[in-house]
Design a protein around this ligand. Structure first.
Ligand code: AMP
Length: 471
């Protein structure tokens, strides 16, 4: 099917051609004609499927007629994160280059004044994160009664991030007579209930079954003790042909620590997490997009929805707490039909989380070995070492010398599966997900080593009463 057959106008088709797209993606093929008809849409599509253009392109045509009044936007797009909102704004600029639509981006972390000035001029398209939009509304800077098209993007992420009450409030401020486009990568029951409330007789468009992972992502999972994850990650990065990669951590505090560790080992690594200022986040992102940063260590919040062309790898340093996040994380690679790779490092206590993911995606993630990591050195199941050594007790210079030697040594290639078909493998011990579990502290490690040394207690001395023969 061609773009021409979808009913888009000549200016939009020219912009699409200038971008170099020759054929619509399946979600574009299904959604664009419906949006142009003025119908509500419930779209179930994962990231990387061309979802953004599926609503941006027809919206440009819908809004081509008419003028925006001061502080009264004619359309509203709600996004869960600042980065995603900025990305949608970029898309509007590209696809709307032959139209004269005005646009404002309301996101946190940047000054209110510029955003207020844009609103005062009147905007056709308002792209916003829920919190910042409500801030402007409460200051009386924006009125929502003229919104004719509403897009709620990444609805499941809004739910995860606790934005649903804000979204409900915003929808309550809009005129009931409007067109609503509602997109989500997954459709858990809470999301479907919301869709039922917000949409009126929607047409459902779905490009993949809910929570499926893209076929062109080669996945792998390695079971490795928590304490060895950094080394495993370094080995995987060196072994793989990594052009650029995101490494996901579950906790913000681990992002900076892991980035520091990677840099110390000579990797070109940057960090992205929710506590960074907006300008710092944007700058890091831009440097990553430009290729100045090769490896971006990130938390889920910061990395959600990022569209980085040709990203070769995603590494999960931690197994995500929510199985849906796994789908989102690995969806950063393998975009627009390209082949991508994802590796997950699972410690034995993350077995329950792995099970939940495999249940959701309906497949076992193929187990892979990390080249050079001696799996036999670990106690099966609890990740404790059988013997001492492997550098843990070494002083820093010796450890560094050892690491350098390892680095210089050619390493065998990671045995990645050719396709993501399930493979039998050593299962991590299934356990309940342990969200609050803290990493082992030093005293605990010392305790572990004591457990494995000779028993401490009586020593050579045997008390006399034990030596006496029993009567
Ligand atoms: P999205 O799912 O909207 O984040 O889009 C994923 C990627 O696909 C982006 O890099 C888009 O530029 C790209 N893309 C969108 N539509 C097409 C198309 N029809 N042909 C090729 N690439 C596309």
């Amino acid at each position: 099917m061609s773009f021409e057959s979808l009913g888009l106008s000549a200016p939009v088709l020219q912009a699409v051609a200038a971008k170099g797209y020759t054929e619509p993606t399946p979600i574009q093929e299904k959604a664009i004609p419906i949006v142009l008809m003025g119908r509500d849409v419930l779209g179930c599509a994962q990231t990387g499927t061309g979802k953004t253009a599926s609503f941006v392109l027809p919206m440009i045509d819908i809004l081509a007629q008419g003028r925006a009044k001061m502080r009264m936007p004619r359309s509203l797009i709600l996004e869960p994160t600042r980065e995603l909102a900025a990305q949608v704004a970029e898309n509007f600029e590209i696809y709307g280059q032959n139209n004269k639509l005005s646009m404002a981006l309301l996101i946190g972390g940047v000054s209110f004044e510029d955003q207020e000035r844009a609103l005062e001029r009147g905007v056709d398209v308002l792209i916003a994160t829920p919190g910042r939009l409500l801030d402007h509304f409460e200051r009386g800077k924006v009125l929502l009664n003229d919104v004719k098209v509403l897009v709620i993007d990444e609805a499941d992420r809004m739910l995860d991030m606790g934005f649903i009450p804000d979204v409900e409030r915003i929808v309550g401020l809009l005129p009931p007579l409007r067109q609503t486009l509602f997109f989500s990568a997954t459709m858990p029951p809470e999301i479907r209930r919301l869709a039922d409330r917000f949409l009126s007789n929607p047409k459902e468009v779905s490009v993949t079954p809910p929570a499926s992972t893209a076929k062109n992502i080669v996945q792998g999972l390695t079971v490795v003790p928590e304490a060895d994850k950094r080394e495993a990650l370094r080995r995987l990065i060196r072994d793989q042909d990594v052009k650029n990669a995101i490494v996901f951590c579950n906790r913000k505090r681990d992002v900076a620590v892991l980035q520091g560790s990677l840099k110390k080992h000579g990797f070109n690594a940057g960090a992205l997490h929710g506590d960074m200022s907006q300008p710092a986040r944007m700058e890091t992102l831009e440097r990553f997009k430009q290729g100045d940063i090769q490896i971006l260590v990130a938390s889920d919040v910061a990395a959600r929805g990022l569209d980085i062309a040709d990203m070769s790898h995603v590494f999960n340093f931690d197994v995500p707490f929510s199985p849906e996040d796994y789908v989102h994380r690995i969806g950063r690679t393998g975009r627009a039909g390209k082949t991508g790779h994802s590796f997950t490092l699972a410690s034995p206590h993350e077995g329950g989380l792995v099970e939940a993911i495999e249940k959701l995606i309906g497949n076992a993630i193929p187990r892979v070995e990390v080249p050079g990591l001696d799996a036999a050195a670990f106690e099966a199941g609890d990740g404790r070492r059988r013997g001492r050594g492997r550098g843990r007790g070494m002083d820093k210079p010796r450890r560094e010398a050892r690491d350098k030697g390892r680095r210089d040594r050619p390493e065998p290639k990671a045995s990645m599966p050719a396709d993501p078909a399930p493979q039998p493998a050593a299962e991590p011990r299934p356990e309940r997900p342990q969200r609050e579990r803290k990493p082992a502290t030093r005293p605990e490690r010392r305790h572990e080593r004591h457990d494995q040394a000779a028993p401490v207690g009586l020593g050579d001395h045997v008390p006399a009463f034990l030596a006496r023969p029993a009567r």
